[in-house]
Write a protein that binds this ligand. Structure first.
Ligand code: AMP
Length: 449
């Protein structure tokens, strides 16, 4: 997951990057960081730490992070660990000067590249695949940074969005399949913003310009008013990630021209179309991620929508906790039912996805304990059968409940009266058939090898 942001040409660059990271906190809260520099070739300074943006950054930090170029990162680990060494940006000095890099995605050939670099004498400071790019740039024999980046990218395979800052320029790259989202906005106070999600544009007062194209490199420099655009690779099919729409992105973001909220509502509608004969008294979302799909389901089916489960917002995401025992406790701390509303009722409960089955099992029990007559669990995405290696944090195949058990077995395990998932065709109908979305978690089509 992770969020990346780049700001170019604004004296409040670090502050704007901080605000954008705050708006994209949902993409990762293990660690965050900002590098800033730029104006008059100012030195790049990086501040990063474990924790939320609001805890790591305050006025004191922004006073240190001067300059009109900044990059920022929220971390949710898919490669590397959760130590401070694995926070981004990664800043380094090399032959041509100084650079700092942030990355959202996952490089599938990271170990091969890393081992080769180590064989050749590189000393790695972190466990992150992002560091491969820095070493490749540093070792390149090209005279210009842009050529060093371009050459280095030919050695990397995977889903990636990189934003690279030098003392005077900002480089932005989206992988040739365009798996992870990346958008460009113009700041009303001057300069540019590039960010994982458009939901941060409102907060920094930016106007959406366009999405970065798959395989495109953009170079922002003070010599030009507009960024220079270079298409590095247009030979690949555009394969944006369907999971951005299902779970990751904020509902107010438009990802590659499609709004996340309305797409989720459409997923709920498609789910209800599969379910014509179900008799129930109310549709209840698992908050917050199941809310838009539950609205769609309710609209399509005519069954009333109710907020039967209330979420405590002061608890982090359950998925992040390392042990199973802790995960169970967290679900309980996070969600509680409105007993008087659901007692004696037949419920359709909608969540966006089932990964290990922990959340759904706990929710069914919670609702039955609260007096629900029937709990029909509905999932607004297909069965997750395969781990994703393109920048999503998924557990191993062994831990994915739908990878190892039939729907009947899962239904029994979670103790629901019935269980249905959105079909792959239903997902395609909701998300649109104009693009060949990456659905690797559902169909195992590992198109980047
Ligand atoms: P589980 O309890 O393991 O079945 O996880 C299901 C819950 O995790 C759902 O409520 C989803 O909203 C959420 N979820 C799905 N994918 C992810 C992910 N990659 N990271 C964190 N949470 C997720």
């Amino acid at each position: 997951m992770c969020a990346v942001v780049g700001i170019f040409g604004n004296d409040d660059a670090s502050k704007l990057a901080g605000m954008a990271l705050f708006a994209m906190q949902h993409r990762g809260h293990e660690a965050c960081g900002i590098s800033a520099g730029g104006s008059d070739d100012k030195k790049i300074i990086t501040i990063k730490d474990r924790g939320f943006v609001r805890d790591v950054f305050a006025q004191k930090e922004f006073n240190i992070l001067k300059g009109n170029i900044a990059i920022g990162h929220n971390r949710y680990s898919t490669a590397g660990g959760d130590s401070i060494f694995d926070a981004q940006p990664i800043q380094a000095k090399y032959k041509l000067g100084e650079i700092s890099v942030v990355h959202n995605g996952n490089l599938v050939n990271k170990d091969k590249v890393r081992n080769r670099l180590i064989d050749e004498g590189s000393i790695f400071q972190t466990g992150m695949d992002t560091e491969n790019l820095i070493h490749l740039i540093a070792k390149s024999s090209q005279d210009k940074l842009r050529d060093r980046i371009t050459k280095s990218l030919t050695k990397l395979k995977g889903a990636y969005n990189f934003i690279i800052q030098s003392r005077s320029k900002l480089f932005v790259v989206r992988d040739p399949y365009g798996v992870r989202p990346l958008s460009i906005g113009k700041l009303k106070s001057g300069g540019w913003i590039i960010a994982s999600e458009t939901c941060c544009f409102d907060l920094v007062d930016a106007v959406f310009v366009r999405d970065v194209k798959p395989g495109e490199m953009l170079i922002f420099s003070k010599e030009f008013d507009e960024p220079e655009s270079i298409i590095l690779d247009d030979t690949k099919e555009f394969r944006p990630c369907a999971f951005e729409y299902i779970y990751f992105s904020r509902p107010d973001s438009d990802i590659d021209g499609k709004n996340v909220y309305t797409t989720r509502v459409d997923m709920g509608k498609a789910l209800a179309k599969q379910d014509k004969d179900l008799k129930a008294d109310m549709v209840i979302p698992v908050p917050d991620s199941g809310v838009p799909a539950a609205l769609g389901y309710a609209r399509q089916s005519g069954i009333p929508f109710e907020l039967g489960i209330i979420r405590n917002h002061y608890v982090g995401r359950t998925f992040i906790e390392p042990t199973q025992a802790m995960r169970n406790l967290k679900v309980k701390m996070k969600l509680s039912p409105i007993s008087s509303l659901i007692k004696g009722k037949r419920l359709v409960v909608i969540d966006d996805s089932v990964v290990r089955g922990t959340t759904s099992k706990r929710i069914v029990k919670m609702l039955k304990d609260a007096g629900a007559l029937e709990v029909h669990f509905r999932v607004a995405s297909p069965e997750i059968k395969y781990p994703c290696f393109y920048g999503i944090d998924t557990p191993t195949k062994e831990e994915l409940i739908s990878s190892n058990q039939s729907n009947e077995e899962v239904c029994k395990y979670i103790e629901a009266n019935s269980l249905e998932y959105l079909s792959i065709d239903g997902l395609k109908e909701a998300i649109g058939t104009n693009r060949n979305y990456s659905m690797v978690s559902f169909d195992g089509d590992y198109f980047i090898k």
